[in-house]
Write a protein that binds this ligand. Structure first.
Ligand SMILES: Cc1cc2nc3c(=O)[nH]c(=O)nc-3n(C[C@H](O)[C@H](O)[C@H](O)COP(=O)(O)OP(=O)(O)OC[C@H]3O[C@@H](n4cnc5c(N)ncnc54)[C@H](O)[C@@H]3O)c2cc1C
Length: 504
C-alpha cells in the first residue's frame, strides 16, 4: 500500500562527503529560483560559485526591484502575485535557509473562483485528503446536478486519480488538454468553473497544452497532494522576505554575484569550461556550469556555443518553446476596495482576467501604503493571452472587469500603475515530453535547471525550478563524491494507479 505522504526521491548517485575535497569553481547562469537553488547547494558543499544574472535584481520571474511612486516614495515592485503551495517541499527547504520557521509565509484561508453572472466557487472547508476534497468540491458545486454526474465519463475522470509517470505520458502526451477536458463530459458551466482556469494557471492555452501535463498538474496540485488545497503567500515583498536575505546568506557562503551581466557563450577548455560574458574580455573558468536561464536565454546561449556539441541535445534545446504572453497590472488606487474583499480570487469567463489580488490584505508594504493614503494596491493577471491582442485592449478590459466585479472601484483613479506584458514562460505542448531536456546533459560538468526541465516526479512552476536547481548542483558535484541535496516529491503515483488496467 502506497504511503500518502511526501516522499524522498534519490536521483543522484553522489557520495557521503559534506564538502568538495579540493578547489572546485562553478558558474551558475541565471539568478532566478532555479539558479539560486543550485548556487545554495554548490556553496553549502564548499564549491566556489559565481552567479551571472542579466537583470539588476535577483528572482527572474519571481523577482522584485525598487521603484518610486509619483511622490518619490520608494516601493518594491514585483513580477506578480505568487502562491506558495504547501506541497512545495523543496522550495520550502530553500526558504528555510533564511527563514527557518517560515514566519514570512502566511496562509490564504480561501481563494474563491469567480465567474460570469455572480458565479462563485469556494475551496474553503474542504476535506484535506484526496479524493474526498475533490469529491466534496464536485458535489457542492451548484452547477452540477445528479443527472449531470451520471453523464460524466468515469473512465476519463479516473485518469486524474491514477497518474503514473510512465503510463500517463505514454497514453496522453499526444492529446491536448482541451480534448481531455471535453472528454470528461461535464456540463459547460461546471467545466468552466472547475477546469477552465486550470491550463491558464500554467500559462498555457488548453488547446496548446499536453493532456499528460494537465493530468500531472491535477495530480500534483489536487489528487496526489497530501497537504490539501491550501497555499501561503509572502507577507512582505519578495525582495525583502526572500531575495535580499538569500543573497546575504549566499554571500556569507562565498558566492559572488555578477548582476546586470549577460552570459553569452560556453566554451570547452579541456576537461573544464569557460563562460564568456557580454562585454567582458576575461571569461570565467569553471569545472562545472549550471545553466538556469529561461527558455529564450538558454536557446541564445546554446546557439552561440558550438562547444556544447551533442547534436541531439542541441536539437532538444532548440525545440523547447515559450507559451503565449501573460500580462500583470499592479495599480495603486486612490480609494480602498471593500475591506471584506478576498486577498486573492481566481476568475474564469471574465474577459482576459485570470485573477485579482488585493495586496494590502496580505502584504506589509502595501498595507502601510494603504493605511497612510487611504488607497488600495490591486493586481490583475491574464495568462495565455493571444499575441494579436494589444496592451491597450488588455488594460481596458482589466479596468472594465475590475469595476464590474468590485463596483467600489468605479470612481477610482490610478495614483500609479505598472503594466507588464511578457512572453517567457515555458510551453508544454502535446507530443513534446520525450524530447524535453533533463537536468543531466550529455556534456560532463554541464547541468540544466529551470521550470522547463523534465523531472522524473510530479512537480511544477516554482517548485520545479527549485527542485531542478538542487538536483543540478547535486548532479555536477557527484564526481567529487559529495552528498546530494535531498529532493522531496508528493506521492509519485495516483491513489488508484495500481488499478489502471481495469479501465485503460
Ligand atoms: C505572473 C506570474 C505569476 C506566477 N505565479 C506563480 C504561482 O503562483 N506559483 C508558482 O509556483 N509559480 C508561479 N509562477 C511561475 C514562477 O515564477 C516560475 O516557475 C519560476 O519563477 C521560474 O524560475 P526559474 O529560475 O526557472 O526561471 P526565471 O525566474 O525565468 O529565471 C531565469 C533567470 O535567468 C536570467 N537569464 C536568462 N538568460 C541569461 C543570460 N544569458 N545571462 C544571465 N542571466 C540570464 C533571467 O534574467 C532570469 O533572472 C508565476 C510566473 C509569472 C510570470
Amino acid at each position: 500500500m502506497m504511503r500518502f505522504a511526501a516522499q524522498r526521491v534519490d536521483l543522484t548517485d553522489g557520495g557521503t562527503r559534506d564538502r568538495v575535497p579540493e578547489r572546485v569553481r562553478t558558474v551558475v547562469v541565471g539568478g532566478g529560483l532555479a539558479g539560486c537553488a543550485a548556487a545554495t547547494v554548490l556553496a553549502e558543499r564548499g564549491a566556489s560559485v559565481t552567479v551571472i544574472e542579466q537583470n539588476d535584481y535577483l528572482g527572474g520571474r519571481a523577482g522584485a526591484w525598487t521603484e518610486a511612486l509619483p511622490d518619490g516614495e520608494p516601493f518594491e515592485m514585483e513580477r506578480g502575485f505568487h502562491a506558495f503551495f504547501r506541497q512545495y517541499y523543496n522550495l520550502r527547504s530553500l526558504l528555510r535557509r533564511v527563514d527557518p520557521a517560515l514566519h514570512n509565509l502566511i496562509p490564504l484561508l480561501d481563494y474563491p473562483l469567480l465567474g460570469p453572472e455572480g458565479a462563485s466557487e469556494s475551496f474553503t472547508g474542504l476535506a484535506r485528503l484526496p479524493p474526498f476534497n475533490v469529491a466534496e468540491l464536485v458535489l457542492r458545486t451548484p452547477r452540477l446536478r445528479l443527472r449531470d454526474l451520471a453523464r460524466v465519463n468515469v473512465r476519463a475522470a479516473l485518469q486524474m486519480l491514477s497518474y503514473d509517470t510512465e503510463t500517463t505520458w505514454r497514453e496522453f502526451d499526444a492529446s491536448n488538454a482541451r480534448d481531455y477536458l471535453d472528454s470528461l463530459n461535464f456540463p459547460r458551466d461546471a467545466r468552466q468553473m472547475l477546469f477552465n482556469v486550470f491550463a491558464h494557471s500554467f500559462f498555457n492555452p488548453e488547446e496548446g497544452m499536453s493532456a499528460a501535463d494537465m493530468l500531472m498538474m491535477f495530480h500534483f496540485y489536487f489528487m496526489g497532494n497530501p497537504e490539501g488545497l491550501v497555499f501561503d503567500v509572502l507577507n512582505e515583498p519578495f525582495s525583502l522576505s526572500l531575495w535580499r536575505p538569500l543573497r546575504r546568506y549566499l554571500e556569507r557562503h562565498g558566492v559572488t554575484f555578477r548582476m546586470s551581466t549577460v552570459a553569452e557563450r560556453i566554451e570547452r577548455d579541456g576537461a573544464r569550461w569557460r563562460v564568456r560574458l557580454v562585454g567582458d574580455e576575461e571569461p570565467l573558468a569553471a569545472e562545472a556550469v549550471v545553466l538556469a536561464p529561461d527558455v529564450p536565454g538558454l536557446q541564445r546561449i546554446v546557439s552561440q556555443s558550438p562547444d556544447l556539441d551533442d547534436p541531439h541535445w542541441r536539437r532538444q534545446v532548440q525545440r523547447l518553446g515559450v507559451t503565449l504572453p501573460f500580462a500583470v497590472w499592479r495599480v495603486f488606487l486612490d480609494r480602498p476596495v471593500r475591506p471584506d474583499r478576498h486577498p486573492f480570487v481566481g476568475t474564469t469567463g471574465l474577459g482576459f482576467v485570470d485573477n485579482i489580488s488585493v495586496y494590502e490584505l496580505f502584504e506589509g508594504e502595501s498595507r502601510r501604503w494603504a493605511l497612510r493614503t487611504g488607497g488600495s494596491v490591486v493586481e490583475v493577471h491574464a495568462y495565455a493571452v493571444d499575441e494579436a491582442v494589444s496592451e491597450t485592449e488588455i488594460l481596458g478590459d482589466f479596468w472594465l472587469q475590475l469595476r464590474d466585479l468590485y463596483p467600489e472601484t468605479r470612481e477610482a483613479r490610478a495614483v500609479h500603475e505598472r503594466f507588464l506584458l511578457r512572453r517567457d514562460c515555458p510551453s508544454f505542448a502535446p507530443s513534446t515530453y520525450q524530447d524535453r531536456t533533463t537536468v543531466p546533459t550529455p556534456m560532463n560538468g554541464i547541468a540544466l535547471a529551470g521550470d522547463f526541465v523534465r523531472l522524473p516526479f510530479p512537480t511544477a512552476l516554482m517548485e520545479r525550478a527549485v527542485a531542478s536547481g538542487f538536483y543540478a548542483a547535486s548532479h555536477v558535484l557527484a564526481r567529487w563524491g559529495v552528498r546530494p541535496e535531498p529532493l522531496w516529491s508528493v506521492p509519485p503515483r495516483g491513489l488508484v494507479a495500481g488499478l489502471r488496467g481495469l479501465w485503460s
